[in-house]
Design a protein around this ligand. Structure first.
Ligand SMILES: *Cc1c(COP(=O)(O)O)cnc(C)c1O
Ligand code: SF4
Length: 351
């Protein structure tokens, strides 16, 4: 469906043909709870109401059903927020949430209770308090700029932030987490790319994409602008039922990242965000998919499968493990075909 503006209401979605007119009333109830935005770059990829792109961005009445294990703060950010806008969970790195807005509103978002067009950006006195915190905490080696989507900031505000961080000698790395290059590639302007380079830090961009079709020619151009400017790119994806939970799709996604000079980094197990149970897969399924990737793909194309432990306990890799220790202490290593091998081998003459 071709549209020229971002679709923000069920009525917009119906007039673009993304949903049927009969769905508008039911989806108004979802819209009152969670923000909607589908950019032209994404709406033009939607072919069917349940395809991998539609499922990520088009609201669904199932979002109104919250299961008992879901929580409004699924990864426990609040427990680690010393000042407004900062989440400091690990000693060597801290998040700064600069904006609440995003170019699109993903239906599975783990911060869905926090993001939206209404939320205020971190400015004025609150921004000063956040900067003072980062300045003070000399153990912080890396600042991760997030939101919302921090590429919603103007180039001028990006430049101002990079200048401030540039003055903090203990901060060596600045990492920006964004979906913009994929979902709204025109926002990646030469001015934005220049602004990111100010301050002399090592700059990383964590690029969020979940399906190989998201890599449109325009998105690839935006990614190349960042890579050509010497910005290192790493990937992040969420494992989502009906979007990418099959080995062929995941493999194609990881290859698209690598082809675009984006190093696969994290494949996130879906968080327990409210109203997202229709996206959830099991850890067993995730591990089986990771085993399939290990068996077929270049080492460059292997992400780490991670779970953010509910309650603020942080992210950990969740396998699969290729090592098993038996009760007698014997260690077996499983190869990519699933065959277990004793390590070290008992008979060194056996090939
Ligand atoms: C995810 C996250 C990070 C980044 O973790 P990495 O494993 O370094 O990618 C940092 N701080 C918080 C609070 C996070 O949630
Ligand atoms: S872009 Fe990120 S923060 Fe924004 S809605 Fe999507 S997942 Fe959430």
């Amino acid at each position: 469906m071709t549209t020229r503006t971002t679709l923000r209401t069920p009525a917009d979605l119906a007039s673009a043909g993304v949903i049927g007119p009969d769905q508008v009333v039911a989806l108004e109830a979802v819209a009152r709870r969670y923000a909607i935005a589908v950019t032209p770059a994404m709406s033009k990829l939607i072919r069917r109401p349940d395809d991998a792109i539609a499922r990520q961005f088009v609201p669904d009445v199932r979002e109104l059903a919250t299961t008992p294990d879901e929580r409004t703060d699924p990864i426990g950010d609040a427990a680690h927020s010393p000042v407004e806008g900062i989440v400091h969970r690990y000693p060597d790195r801290a998040l700064i949430k600069m904006v609440h807005a995003c170019p699109v509103y993903c239906r599975f978002c783990f911060r869905r209770e926090m993001v939206g067009p209404g939320g205020a950006a971190l400015t004025g006195a609150a921004l000063e308090r956040a900067m003072a915190y980062l300045q003070d905490q000399t153990g912080i080696w890396e600042v991760i700029v997030t939101g919302g989507d921090p590429f919603m900031l103007t180039a001028r505000r990006v430049e101002a932030l990079m200048r401030r961080l540039g003055e903090m000698a203990h901060i060596r790395v600045v990492r920006w987490h964004t979906r913009v290059p994929i979902v709204d590639p025109a926002r990646v302007s030469p001015a934005l790319v220049r602004a990111l380079r100010i301050g002399g830090k090592a700059v990383y961009v964590g690029l969020h994409a979940n399906h190989p079709e998201e890599f449109t020619p325009e998105a690839e151009t935006a990614i190349a602008m960042l890579a050509d400017a010497g910005i290192a790119l790493v990937s992040q994806s969420v494992l989502l039922k009906g979007v990418n939970n099959d080995a062929v799709t995941l493999a194609a996604l990881m290859r698209r990242f690598v082809e675009n000079r984006v190093q696969p980094y994290y494949l996130h197990h879906p968080d327990l965000a409210p109203g997202t149970s229709h996206f959830r897969v099991t850890l067993d399924e995730g591990q089986a998919l990771m085993t399939a990737l290990r068996g077929h793909l270049s080492g460059l194309a292997q992400p780490t499968y991670v779970l953010d432990i509910p309650g603020g306990h942080g992210k950990v890799p969740v396998g699969p493990s290729f090592l098993a220790t038996a009760s007698d202490g014997a260690v077996h290593v499983t190869d990519r075909k699933g065959v277990a091998h004793l390590y070290p081998p008992k008979d060194s003459t056996t090939p």
